[in-house]
Design a protein. Structure first.
Length: 133
């Protein structure tokens, strides 16, 4: 039977690579989707809102991947903490925090612009006289 430390090490050896693979899949899928959508815009109609939407969506994929990487690093660090592991964990946590902050800020700005655009359209529709039939 495994001692608690051996069991923890064995489980860590199994789960950390799996979680890292999940992170890789999120980042790879997000990159592929962003690339595809960006190519469609580059060779099609230029639309500022669509481009912003692509990059916001892509940043969400990246944050999700970083979140999984952070989870794997936390598990790995809890099993065998050394200064290298702790430093890597801190770096990933700081990067993820900054990405989340800027993502939230960009999303809020986009929501405000869309709301403003909708209210301008509604105002213009009310001011346009209807033709009498």
């Amino acid at each position: 039977m495994f001692a608690p430390a051996e069991l923890l090490a064995a489980l860590t050896d199994i789960f950390v690579p799996v979680i890292d693979l999940i992170a890789l899949l999120f980042i790879a899928v997000g990159t592929a989707i962003a690339f595809w959508r960006a190519c469609r815009i580059m060779f099609g109609e230029r639309d500022e809102h669509a481009a912003q939407s692509i990059w916001l969506s892509y940043s969400r994929w990246l944050v999700a991947g970083l979140t999984f990487q952070l989870a794997a690093d936390i598990i790995e660090t809890s099993a065998a903490p050394d200064w290298n592991d702790i430093g890597r964990l801190a770096a990933v946590a700081v990067i993820r925090t900054f990405l989340n902050y800027f993502l939230e800020r960009d999303q809020q700005e986009l929501r405000e612009r869309r709301k403003e655009h909708s209210s301008i359209e509604a105002t213009l529709k009310r001011k346009v006289p209807r033709n009498a039939e």
